[in-house]
Ligand binder design. Structure first.
Ligand SMILES: [Zn+2]
Ligand SMILES: [Zn+2]
Length: 458
């Protein structure tokens, strides 16, 4: 089956055809690591982690680059405020981001490069742009990219230069046009700087992603991703400088994830509704947070509320409990002959995800299967139980939401539960209650489901 992705460059749902299948190259713009990761960072991470995992599931060999921006105005301001170096600040937050992202159970990217490790690559790229006549120097300020020289400027954000001009902020008065952007900033006091042909200084923000994308993935890549807030100007500028330098398409497919709002409002420090991942992880299971991010289509906005988080936790519990129930059932003593058409469920799941990662349809397939499982639970054949276990494990390679190890419930408890199930079917309520108490006294809780039971350690 073939994957289709919505391409923001063409504004169309397109068949995904990698340049060099089965290899796939992806570059996703990561965070500027000057402060703790917030919900928006987590959302973007999970959105592209789903893509990464699904491509692997489909047997593509994925080279996935996710960068950290470690030199930028915000980095410098924060470091100066704390009287530490930018490098010290970056080291501290690299660790923090890594920890938080791990809690969200992401598949590590192939490369996780930082801007400051790629200054020579950026300088070389800027030199090429200079040679080809795309740049000009503003004295005592920096080297700029001249967007008028790049005819296709505005193609991603679908604006023409005239419109852009009206909306753009005129920050530097000597710029030839408002959308021109800095490639190399000349040194200012209290800022880290590097040697370059234009003088001591540091790179502008956009150039790092073009340079690192080319270094790790080549001049043309399959997918470039990031948050919707990056479409303009960051991604527009990445396209301009990359294609101006190489004379080649920069990225075939452009994917952007939607925003996170809090109770319907934009998340911001000034509105006092700003949540870091750490704040949330203190009170909620990071996997429930992952589930919340995952269960909304990547292009759609997520409205983060306490209710939405609680209902995400509930749904996740439902999947987790079904999985543990299946694991426990493997050691059951009683089986039937019923089988479930697992192949059909795999097909439906892939059909859903092939449609631009339609996650709600994909999860609906899983919940449909869970209902069928409980309906036939004790009547299932041993092979069918094993196939169910495999289904949950296979699909968790895509979702990444299950805890796989839990203390397996001892066989005596499972047997008591099965005797109790039998007594309930025969409406022997007092016996059933006694068995429940017995199971409880042995440290387990039994909950009744439509056609079976669920066991949990107390
Ligand atoms: Zn970037
Ligand atoms: Zn980017």
């Amino acid at each position: 089956m073939a994957l289709k992705l919505y391409n923001d460059l063409t504004r169309k749902l397109q068949l995904f055809k990698p340049l060099n299948s089965p290899h796939v190259t992806i570059y996703v713009c990561g965070p500027t690591i000057y402060d703790y990761a917030h919900l928006g960072h987590g959302r973007s991470l999970v959105a592209f982690d789903l893509l990464h995992r699904y491509l692997q599931y489909k047997s593509f060999q994925v080279n996935y680059v996710f960068n950290y921006t470690d030199i930028e105005d915000k980095m410098i301001n924060r470091a100066n405020k704390e009287h530490i170096t930018v490098k010290q600040l970056a080291d501290r937050f690299t660790q923090i981001y890594h920890e938080d992202y791990q809690k969200l159970n992401y598949l590590p990217p192939t490369h996780n490069p930082k801007a400051t490790g790629h200054i020579p690559e950026m300088i070389n790229l800027i030199k090429t742009l200079e040679k080809k006549g795309f740049t000009y120097l503003i004295e005592n300020d920096g080297l700029y990219f001249n967007v008028k020289k790049f005819k296709k400027y505005g193609q991603l954000s679908q604006q023409d230069l005239h419109e852009l001009k009206a909306g753009a902020r005129v920050d530097i008065k000597d710029k030839h046009s408002p959308n021109d952007f800095v490639l190399w900033k000349l040194e200012k006091p209290n800022e880290p700087s590097w040697q370059s042909p234009w003088g001591q200084g540091r790179p502008g923000w956009h150039i790092e992603c073009s340079a690192m994308s080319m270094k790790y993935l080549g001049k043309t890549i399959d997918i470039h991703g990031g948050g919707q807030d990056l479409i303009f100007p960051h991604h527009e500028d990445e396209i301009a400088q990359s294609e101006a330098a190489n004379g080649k398409l920069f990225a075939k497919y452009w994917l952007h994830n939607g925003f996170v709002t809090i109770n319907g409002e934009k998340m911001s420090k000034s509105l006092n509704n700003f949540y870091t991942l750490r704040d949330i992880f203190k009170e909620y299971d990071p996997l429930a947070v992952r589930y919340l991010f995952l269960s909304t289509h990547y292009r759609m906005p997520i409205n983060f509320t306490l209710n939405s988080l609680q209902s995400a936790a509930k749904s996740l519990d439902k999947i987790q409990n079904a999985y543990f129930s299946i694991l426990n059932q493997k050691s059951s003593v009683k089986f039937g002959k019923k089988t479930l058409p697992l192949k059909r469920y795999y097909k439906q799941l892939e059909k859903a995800l092939d449609d631009d990662l339609n996650i709600s349809s994909a999860l609906a397939v899983v919940f449909g299967l869970i209902n069928q499982y409980y309906k036939y639970q004790s009547k299932l054949s041993p092979e069918s139980v094993l196939q169910l276990e495999k289904f949950f494990q296979d699909t968790d390679k895509i979702f990444g939401i299950l805890k796989h190890s839990r203390e397996i419930i001892p066989i005596e408890i499972v047997q008591l539960a099965e005797v109790r199930l039998e007594s309930r079917k025969n409406k022997q309520w007092s016996e059933s209650d006694q068995l429940r108490d017995k199971i409880k006294s042995l440290g387990y809780e039994i909950a009744d489901t439509k056609e079976g039971y669920e066991l949990k350690k107390l």
